[in-house]
Design a binder for this molecule. Structure first.
Ligand code: ADP
Ligand code: MG
Length: 414
């Protein structure tokens, strides 16, 4: 059993067995670096993009540490807290805890909005070892005195940048204030906007820093095509793409919730099974749509960026960008859905002439052009030969650089 590369990181046999059952053969780079540090109780700042295996990187050492502590949770308390920005992500983390913690006898539960709180309250009453929560519902339950965080010795904040996008940073701060200072804290994020760097500085104690460079993400393995399609022609074009049977499990990204609904309608008219997930759908509805898609009952999932973030679905054959995102980073997150943990995939983007600046910004970020398919209409090429004006963005590159400097000045050694 000791010949497992996971055992070499210091993980116990029970975890090694669970990983073997999950068919994990070797740790991903972020796991390789983070696990030994976390087993030694270090605080950690983990920066790595979607699909790099962050969940196991924090869950495995957490399970082992908490099990070794050998303490039973008191009623209405938790010993570890994992904060996630979305309900889908919280449920996924919970599933991972179930998988990795199979041979441990630890209690865990999920607290999130959008579903009735009864079952959540009942689970908390006995006390839990690990609680996965979205910030809003967690604060609700704390205010109702259903839960105390005074015994919580492990804190993990997952997808901190998404917490920021969704306006949760203040809630997160409030929650952190309720934990004992003597705790182990981990913060994970795909990107480091200034606000997240500031939060990290406030809540982590002499953290180790594990950063997996963005370019090591499987983006290179993804075949990235772009079709120049005018906006009015996009729906017909999309439907036509589905004539190709290779499009078996497809996520279609739209920019707006309404757009997502309209696309689903048009696809239904052509007999293509599709469902939408976005913020206006109820929790049950979204769960069902995800499950139908995961199990192959629907061929396409039509999603907005926020709804899709952090969702982990296996074997997505294609990602289609029905519209290009305003933020080039979102493009990378989107297409990352089709290349999870080392598999490759295909990304197809539809670009209207008005989206040309977004296309250029994406190509600049990923440092290579998308492969144009079909003819590029003459009028499309014009803006590119012109000034190649970048789209109006809120200037993330500059902000990121500034962070990097401030981080260097406050941190002793990496
Ligand atoms: P992230 O949080 O960085 O987006 P996840 O933790 O969701 O990534 O992992 C992405 C996918 O990779 C999941 O399907 C997970 O089961 C799988 N995975 C993670 N680590 C490994 C590993 N060491 N070997 C094989 N698959 C892995
Ligand atoms: Mg994750």
């Amino acid at each position: 059993m000791t010949n497992s590369p996971f055992a070499e990181l210091g993980l116990t046999d029970r975890l090694v067995r669970a990983l073997r059952a999950a068919k994990y053969h070797k740790p991903t780079p972020v796991q390789q670096k983070a696990i030994p540090l976390l087993l030694e109780d270090a605080d950690l700042l983990g920066i790595a993009q979607t699909g790099t295996g962050k969940t196991a990187a924090f869950t495995l050492p957490l399970l082992q540490n908490i099990n070794e502590d050998g303490i039973k949770p008191l009623p209405s308390t938790t010993r570890a807290l994992i904060l996630a920005p979305t309900r889908e992500l919280a449920l996924q983390i919970s599933d991972s805890i179930k998988t990795y913690g199979f041979h441990f006898n630890l209690r865990h539960t999920v607290v999130m909005g959008g579903v009735s709180q009864g079952a959540q309250v009942a689970a908390l009453k006995r006390g839990v070892d690990i609680l996965v929560a979205t910030p809003g519902r967690l604060l609700d339950l704390i205010n109702q005195r259903r839960l105390k965080l005074s015994e919580c010795e492990y804190l993990i904040i997952d997808e901190a940048d998404r917490m920021l996008d969704m306006g949760f940073i203040r809630d997160v701060r409030k929650i952190v204030d309720l934990l004992p200072e003597d705790r182990q804290t981990m913060l994970f994020s795909a990107t480091m906007p200034a606000e997240v760097a500031k939060l990290a500085e406030e809540i982590l104690y002499e953290p180790e820093r594990v950063e997996i460079a963005a370019k090591t993400v499987a983006v290179e393995k993804i075949e990235q095509r772009v079709h120049h399609v005018g906006k009015p022609a996009k729906k017909d074009f999309l439907v036509k793409l589905f004539d190709d049977g290779d499009l078996s499990k497809v996520i279609v990204f739209t920019r707006t919730k309404r757009g997502a609904d309209q696309v689903v309608k048009r696809m239904a008219k052509s007999g293509i099974k599709a469902e939408a997930i976005h913020g206006n759908k109820s929790q049950n509805n979204r769960q069902r749509a995800l499950k139908n898609f995961q199990d192959g009952r629907t061929r396409a999932l039509v999603a907005t960026d926020i709804a899709s973030r952090g969702i982990d679905i296996d074997h997505v054959s294609h990602v289609i960008n029905y519209e290009l995102p305003n933020e080039p980073e979102s493009y990378v997150h989107r297409i990352g859905r089709t290349a999870r943990a080392g598999t490759s995939g295909i990304a197809i983007s539809m670009c209207d002439i008005e989206e040309w600046p977004q296309l250029k910004a994406i190509e600049k970020l990923i440092k290579r052009p998308l492969t144009p398919v079909g003819e590029v209409p003459a009028d499309f090429a014009k803006p590119a030969q012109g000034r190649g004006k970048p789209p109006a963005r809120r200037g993330p590159p500059r902000r990121r650089n500034r962070n990097r400097n401030s981080r260097q000045s406050t941190r002793k050694a990496a």
